[in-house]
Write a protein that binds this ligand. Structure first.
Ligand code: GSH
Length: 242
């Protein structure tokens, strides 16, 4: 409760912001949620990292985090200093810049952020308007809207953009970006809700190419097949139903 972002860590932070050889811990709950993207970025970038989970959230960690919520990123530099980043947006931005996932120039970055924001809309709909609804009738109606409108519309637009980039497994140029990673993360949720009925190799080949490209990155594939990932999927299913 008494902590704030420590300004004396500025020099350490700035000196390490673009260094990739640190080790990382993502502190978050045993679900995908807001931890999914930071974990996926680290996995796809081949970083040295691990998931850590709160031991006694309400009595311990909650009181020491900067905002009383998770995720939190802890980076240990090669010389042993620890850098902390709180809040999912700040963590994702920090890691994307560090691991060069924002394209080659400002225009690329604008495109990547636009694709990410659009992917976020699908994630937010599923979380707030389907999983977050208690009333069974309203929930069923919102789920139908997700399946019949939200995902199909998303798929149409994103196929178009990915086709325009050459259906090469990337949203921008021929380089891995945060948009590619974020799509792969969101597809796990879409598959959980709709199977491969709306996104598949035949009807959405450009989206499928991104899915295959990200999952072919050995360090990402290792993460996606890990026991911890599986435990997070089970936690997600228990907590949110997808
Ligand atoms: N603005 C924060 C929101 C984080 C957040 O709400 N985290 C939830 C889990 S998704 C949490 O820590 N809940 C536990 C609590 O509030 O005690 C972010 O994007 O990181």
């Amino acid at each position: 409760m008494t902590r704030t972002i420590d300004n004396t860590s500025r020099a350490l932070f700035n000196a390490n912001a673009l260094k990739q050889d640190s080790t990382f811990k993502v502190l978050y709950f045993k679900v995908h949620g807001l931890g999914a993207n930071p974990r996926a970025i680290l996995a796809a970038s081949g970083a040295k990292w691990e998931c850590v989970f709160p031991k006694d959230w309400f009595n311990e960690e909650k009181n020491t985090t900067l905002f009383g919520v998770l995720p939190n990123l802890f980076e240990t530099t090669l010389t042993g200093e620890v850098i902390e980043v709180a809040e999912s947006d700040a963590i994702e931005n920090y890691l994307c810049r560090k691991f060069n996932l924002l394209g080659n120039d400002a225009f690329d970055e604008m495109k990547i952020r636009a694709f990410c924001c659009s992917i976020n809309s699908v994630a937010t709909f599923l979380l707030l308007k389907v999983a977050g609804i208690k009333d069974p009738e309203v929930k069923a109606a919102m789920r139908a809207q997700f399946v019949e409108t939200v995902v199909p519309r998303f798929v149409t637009y994103h196929e178009r953009h990915l086709e325009a980039n050459g259906r090469n497994g990337h949203y921008v140029g021929d380089k891995l970006s945060f948009a590619d990673i974020k799509l792969a993360v969101e597809l796990v949720s879409i598959f959980s809700e709709t199977g491969e009925t709306l996104v598949n190799k035949q009807s959405t080949p450009a989206i499928w190419a991104v899915w295959e490209m990200v999952n072919a990155i050995p360090s990402y594939a290792k993460w996606a097949k890990s026991e911890v990932f599986q435990a997070c999927s089970e936690g997600n299913m228990r907590l949110l139903g997808y």
